[in-house]
Design a protein around this ligand. Sequence first.
Ligand SMILES: [Zn+2]
Length: 369
Amino acid sequence: MTEMSRPTDAPRPLATTVIGSWPVPEWLARLKTEWFRGRISHAQMQDVHETAIKAALRDQELAGIDIVSDGELRRDNDVDYLLSRMPGVEIAQTAKDFYFDYYEPRVTAPLGDADGPLGLADDYAFTAAQTDRPITVSLTGPFSLAHRIRDEAYGDRRALVLAVARRLNAEAAELAARGATRLQLDEPFLAGYPDQVGVAVEAINLVTADVDVSWGLHVCYGNRYARPSWEGHYDFLFPAVLEARVDHLVLEFARKGFDDLPALARYGWDRSVGVGVIDVKSPRVETPDLVAARIRHALRYVPAERLVLNPDCGLRHLSGAVARAKLAALVAGAAQVRESLVETSAPPPPEPSPTPSEPAPALAQGAAT
Ligand SMILES: [Zn+2]
């Protein structure tokens, strides 16, 4: 359906990135709940969020992550931040007591297509002012957002999913106009409804239509309180996902194992793949050797120029210390494999680097080869 395929928009082969969310420390969780209960002002909360985002960006930079995110630290969870800003979605503000709980939103009339921005472009502008690294902005996808809405307007799930998609398309266009170059749709609920992948892909194509950025699609098996919501196999995505107008498929493998990876080649997925090589549901920190072994395994099915490396999902439920250590292992494992690729592929061997174990610190260095 699409010839798009930007083989890699990543700064270098085996680039490292994150899925989106960053650990929410206890103090931030408390402050979010205080704000939700009206005990601290919006301006104070804004200041807290900005400070936390700066720290999360710095942690990612120090770990050597190539493509960073704001950690989704402004968002209570993967759904409410977007739905609560979407005109036409009704939410009883007293519906929850703890910030991480889900609202119980509903729609009682059809949604407008472009009722004003949701504010993600402002969030992006703040993040872009804090770092020189490429940034991915994630948006929870239309299938998953619609899944959390009680429909009293459409009487037809597909119609609601597509309406949410049109709204996200307007927001994506706003993000692109403000300079965002990498957007990612997260569909954490899709794996629970494998028979509805066709509707999800139809909606994804509405979101990405005419928004000229690098688009990722992250499908995982859920990460609510660090537990998977679903079990199953990624082959449910195929062949439908081949019709999705996205550039990257971003999947979890570290926890599930790599059994599903051959399906991508078997079904002819020739675009880039974000492969989860860090298990976010276990606090045990991987060694760089284990990460490197996982990368080498993935390289049997996806060539280095189409392979991006990431944790399985967001880091939200890990402690900051564990998340930092896991990202350091990710970067070190990627560097290990990148160096061995250089050794085996470059005809004249380069001068040995004085510090061969150091990952290249800067972005946009081009290929490490
Ligand atoms: Zn995920």
